[in-house]
Design a protein around this ligand. Structure first.
Ligand code: C5P
Length: 229
C-alpha cells in the first residue's frame, strides 16, 4: 500500500496539554494505531542513564537510541526484560527525555522507527514534531496547548493517580524548564505546523477536545479509512 494513502492524525503540544489522553481516546474511536513518540525519547534517556552514558556524549546516546531493546505490550513498556512502564513516566525520565531529544543524532535514529507506525487503517501520532518533521504529509494536524499552570495541575493529578509522589510547585518549575528546552532547541523544536488546527484546552474537558479532533478528522474525510463514506 502507498504510505501516503494511510491516514495519519498528528497531535503535537507541550507537556501536560492532554495530548496522550486525547490521542488514545481518538485512536480508540477510530480504531487506529497510536504512536506515543515521547515514550521513545523517555526510553532512550532511561537506557542511557542505566548504562551510565553521559548525555554530552551524543554518539553514545544515539547508539543507544538506534539499538533500543524496547517492547510495548498492551499498556506495558519493557526495556529488554525489565518492565519500565511506571519508571518512564517519572519527571526525571521526562527531563532526561527532553535532554536526549535535543541531540540531532538521536532524533535521526528514531525517525524511521516512528514512521513505521503508519499502518492501516490509520495512525494517531502524539509528540512535539509529528506534524512538522515526522509526518509532514499527515491529513490532519492538531496543536494542543493549555496554560502552564493548568498543564502542571493536570500532570500533578495524573502522577498522583499513578501513585507517583510529586510536589506541585516543583512540577510547575520543571514543566516550564522542559517547555523552554523543547521550544528553543535547534532541531525539531516544539512548534505548530503551519497547517495545524490549534486548540487551547485550558478551559475545556477531555470530551470536548476529543470531539473537536474527531470533527477535524471527519472534515478531512479520513474518518472512513479505506471506505467511501
Ligand atoms: O510527551 P512526553 O512528555 O512523553 O515527551 C517527553 C520529552 O520527549 C519531551 O519533553 C520532548 O523533549 C521529547 N519529545 C520530542 N519529540 C517528540 C516527543 C517527545 O522531542 N515527538
Amino acid at each position: 500500500m502507498n504510505e501516503k494513502a494511510i491516514p495519519v492524525l498528528t497531535i503535537d503540544g507541550p507537556s501536560g496539554s492532554g495530548k496522550g489522553t486525547v490521542a488514545a481516546r481518538v485512536a480508540e474511536e477510530l480504531g487506529w494505531h497510536v504512536l506515543d513518540s515521547g515514550a521513545l525519547y523517555r526510553l532512550t534517556g532511561l537506557a542511557a542513564r542505566k548504562a551510565g552514558v553521559d548525555f554530552a556524549d551524543h554518539a553514545a546516546v544515539a547508539a543507544i537510541a538506534r539499538n533500543l531493546p524496547a517492547r510495548f505490550e498492551g499498556g506495558r513498556v519493557f526495556l529488554g526484560d525489565e518492565e519500565v512502564t511506571l519508571e518512564i513516566r517519572s519527571e526525571t525520565a521526562g527531563n532526561d527525555a527532553s535532554k536526549v531529544a535535543a541531540i540531532p543524532e538521536v532524533r535521526a535514529a528514531l525517525l524511521d522507527w516512528q514512521r513505521g507506525y503508519a499502518k492501516p487503517p490509520g495512525l494517531v501520532a502524539d509528540g512535539r514534531d509529528m506534524g512538522t518533521v515526522v509526518f509532514p504529509e499527515a491529513q490532519v494536524k492538531i496543536f494542543l496547548d493549555a496554560s502552564a499552570g493548568e498543564r502542571a495541575r493536570r500532570r500533578y493529578k495524573q502522577l498522583k493517580d499513578k501513585g507517583i509522589d510529586v510536589n506541585l510547585t516543583g512540577l510547575i518549575a520543571e514543566i516550564e524548564e522542559r517547555d523552554r528546552r523543547d521550544r528553543n532547541r535547534s532541531v525539531a523544536p516544539l512548534a505548530p505546523a503551519d497547517d495545524a488546527l490549534r486548540i487551547d484546552s485550558t478551559s475545556m474537558n477531555i470530551d470536548e477536545v476529543v470531539n473537536l479532533v474527531l470533527q477535524a478528522v471527519s472534515r478531512a474525510g479520513s474518518g472512513q479509512a479505506g471506505g467511501n463514506g
